[in-house]
Design a protein around this ligand. Structure first.
Ligand SMILES: [Mg+2]
Length: 238
């Protein structure tokens, strides 16, 4: 009996080609930082600090702490001076990246259908970004962030996809057994791994990613239209 529906964001609720998005994002952010650090160095250090969040095994530290430690140690920049600049970026320049994104009516119908049926909704995006950035991206998809019971972000999570610890942390936080969760995503590696801890999975194929050409093991699969049919067929959650 399902109780919670977990949605990936990029390439699932938000139609996007992630590589193109990241290129534009890195260009804008490195320009913002150019009076502190040369743009090429900045991008290299940002990528290295992001890799540190992904490989880190210390689950006492949240991802934001791992990022800050790696980034500010490597660059020698002043954390107290730079963090407000990052924040200002996410509140301003970052919002312009949404211009290239489309919100799809079918996505809104999917999300609000499961909400109406009484399921707990979780936004299970890879928690490499601050909550303000993730909430902004949710709005690009035409969804109000408030519909989600829990949104994973780099401040509140201690692991990243495809680490199983990420999914274990979610079930603890929402107090729901893995067997009562359905993970919906477009990435064969990062999203379908949720099956390993007992979650059900739905692979959304519109922007399917299978970078390592892994075998596809999933309970359900299909495009957004078939996901809509699927959620319409779900029982009310009491
Ligand atoms: Mg995705």
């Amino acid at each position: 009996m399902l109780k919670a529906i977990l949605f990936d964001l990029d390439g699932t609720l938000l139609p996007m080609h992630i590589d193109e998005f990241l290129k534009n994002y890195l260009q804008l952010l490195s320009q913002k930082m150019k009076s502190y650090i040369e743009p090429k160095d900045f991008v290299n250090q940002l990528m290295a600090a992001t890799a540190a969040m992904i490989t880190d095994q210390d689950y006492q530290k949240c991802n934001a702490e791992v990022f800050a430690e790696a980034f500010f140690t490597a660059t020698g920049l002043d954390e107290e001076e730079l963090m407000p600049v990052f924040e200002d970026f996410y509140l301003n320049e970052y919002c312009s990246l949404g211009r290239n994104c489309r919100s799809l009516p079918v996505v809104q119908e999917i999300v609000y259908t499961v909400k109406q049926k009484g399921y707990k909704l979780v936004l299970a995006t890879n928690p490499l970004f601050p909550l303000i950035a993730i909430e902004e991206r949710i709005r690009w998809a035409g969804i109000q962030p408030e519909v989600f019971t829990f949104i994973t972000s780099y401040e509140n999570m201690h692991a990243t996809k495809p680490n199983l610890q990420y999914y274990k942390e979610i079930v603890e936080r929402i107090n729901t057994a893995p067997e009562q969760c359905l993970m919906i995503g477009n990435d064969v590696e990062e999203d379908l791994i949720a099956k390993t801890i007992g979650m059900q999975t739905f692979l959304v194929e519109d922007y399917l990613l299978n970078r390592k050409n892994l075998p596809v093991l999933t309970d359900y699969r299909g495009n957004l239209e078939s996901l809509l049919e699927f959620v319409k067929g779900l029982k009310e959650c009491k």
